[in-house]
Design a protein around this ligand. Sequence first.
Ligand SMILES: [Zn+2]
Length: 86
Amino acid sequence: MYGLADPYQVGSNVFGTTSLKYATTFLRGESLTGKGDTRIPSEKIVAHELAHIFLNTFKEKPVEQLTDQWLADYHKRHPELASNNH
Ligand SMILES: [Zn+2]
């Protein structure tokens, strides 16, 4: 789950969530378009939920480490696409 508050509170502070049991991920669409809530860059939301799936874990620490690694590698290869807010 990627959010800024209580992870069990489904609302404006939850940007994405993944159920490993049901192989399903939900993403807050307005945060992916750049037109709505943009507190978290869209690529970070997607990478974070993908890391949950890739590592098959709910543990946030390894997920955040892999997310940061993926985004650093991506921005190294595509510096023109790097956001300034992460
Ligand atoms: Zn998470």
